[in-house]
Design a protein around this ligand. Structure first.
Ligand code: NAD
Length: 434
């Protein structure tokens, strides 16, 4: 199959590289000249484990190409995937579909008859209808299909998720689109991956429902963690106690500073907007969104409380800034609210993240001091705060940390350590829900 991937970000680049690894010919197109230039020089513009080798291998095999030019990429394409961003629209929280609509308008002149346009971006119900309308308006006589193929990969484990997904969802309104998508995913079907075929609108909604449910699970265990702190119970015991019930399942029951990233925050909001527009009530999702928003800043207050209730003039070392480990993605990271809460309270912040420093500089306040590693961040600080669960923070050298810190205080917002172990080393230990 000849595939064109429009948008070469976290989803487009991983999907493009994996499809080419399946044996398809893939041309990835992006508007960002810097990104395309980097990829043409063999540099990967994002951090995703294993992606550099996968891209290099498939470029060398002649199956994976990059270009800025749609007119060069599109002729002969069997399927054109849209994998552009769908951020929250400024002001009202609806999904901003301007990039998706622009991609549809831009591709229309170059589509061959029989082309299947597939939306991989996370888009509200009905977006496929609009993509179809935009292309139809530009090419009234063209035979083409529009399908939905939402992506469920997780940053940090994206290649594994793409190649061994729990399921692939395709939303189609005609048989030709179904046949083309079946052919594209055929290599996965050999491993007995479930390929769920449904109507386009159901596929669009499936993605939002999945993200809202996962966000609910995180929000739920975080609130149970807060209750555990009040009643002196360990949330990990509770999480294990409920997670082994197969009706509940153990995943996404890890308490922490609140969910962030490029998906859950914007997708839960966009789902609420869809529901409002349809006069449907999603009160559970509303509660999850509110709970998570307040939680992020409350983590800043938790640090201030650990500092004795007054952060004025105190120095805080933040270990980790990205919304989770193994990504450089800072979008909606809890670190943003924690930094603001600390700065508002008069603290100074020294920060280190293994991969997210460049993106952090663009998003965080100028006053943050960026450090070369965790120990430089702790040098002269009154507390060390683990914000992201990077492996690099799982085995800190506490002798060294004790010498560098002004107070032996560790606030562990990811519960990477055992209280007894840390207290034995003479540190005060503050965790989440235990
Ligand atoms: N990041 C994730 O983990 C993840 C997981 C599942 C689904 N998604 C969804 O996938 C979509 C893409 O997310 P992402 O994180 O990869 O976004 P991203 O911002 O990393 O990448 C989007 C890319 O599209 C490019 N682009 C925008 N308009 C374009 C156009 N008209 N032509 C060519 N290129 C264009 C941008 O330059 C950018 O490189 C979103 O809808 C997101 O919700 C993301």
């Amino acid at each position: 199959m000849r595939i064109v991937m429009i948008g070469t970000g976290y989803v487009g680049l991983v999907s493009g590289a994996c499809f080419s690894d399946f044996g398809h010919h893939v041309c990835c197109v992006d508007k960002d000249a810097g990104k395309v230039a980097a990829l043409l020089e063999g540099r990967i513009p994002i951090f995703e484990p294993g992606l550099d080798e996968l891209v290099a291998k498939n470029v060398a095999a002649g199956r994976l190409e990059f270009t800025l030019d749609l007119a060069e990429a599109l002729p002969g394409a069997d399927a054109v995937f849209i994998a552009v961003g769908t951020p929250s629209r400024r002001g009202d929280g609806h999904a901003d579909l301007s990039y998706v609509h622009a991609a549809a308008r831009e591709m229309a002149p170059y589509l061959d008859p029989g082309a299947v346009v597939v939306t991989k971006s996370t888009v509200p119900v009905g977006t496929g209808d609009e993509v179809q309308r935009i292309i139809r308006e530009a090419r009234p006589d063209l035979e083409f299909s529009v399908a939905s193929n939402p992506e469920f990969l997780r940053e940090g484990a994206a290649i594994e998720d793409f190649k061994r997904p729990d399921r692939v969802v395709i939303g189609v309104n005609d048989e030709h689109a179904e046949a083309v998508l079946h052919e594209i995913y055929r290599p996965l079907l050999r491993n007995e991956t479930a390929l769920l075929v449904m109507k386009r609108r159901a596929a669009e909604l499936t993605k939002y429902a999945a993200n809202a449910f996962l966000a609910t699970k995180i929000g739920f265990i975080n609130e149970i963690a807060d209750l555990c702190e009040k009643v002196r119970a360990d949330v990990h015991d509770v999480a294990r106690g409920i997670g082994l019930d197969t009706r509940i399942g153990p995943r996404f029951l890890q308490p922490g500073p609140g969910y962030g990233g490029s998906c859950f925050p914007k997708d839960t909001l966009a789902l609420l907007k869809t529901a409002q527009d349809c006069d449907a009530s999603l009160r559970i999702v509303e509660a999850v969104v509110t709970s998570n928003d307040t939680r992020k800043r409350s983590m800043g207050r938790k640090v201030i409380a650990a500092l004795g209730g007054d952060a004025q003039g105190k120095v805080v070392a933040l270990l980790g800034l990205t919304f989770k480990a193994n990504t450089d993605d800072m979008r909606d990271s809890p670190a943003i609210a924690i930094v603001r809460a600390l700065l508002d309270a008069g603290a100074r912040v020294r920060a280190y993240d293994p991969e997210g420093m460049d993106q952090a500089r663009a998003l965080l306040d100028d006053e943050v001091v960026y450090c070369a590693d965790a120990y430089e961040a702790m040098d002269g600080a009154d507390a060390a705060v683990i914000v992201t669960e990077w492996d690099a923070f799982r085995a800190l050298d506490f002798d060294r940390a004790g010498e560098l810190l002004r107070e032996r205080l560790l606030v562990d917002l990811r519960n990477l350590y055992d209280r007894a172990d840390i207290e034995r080393l003479g540190f005060r230990y503050v965790a989440v829900g235990r």
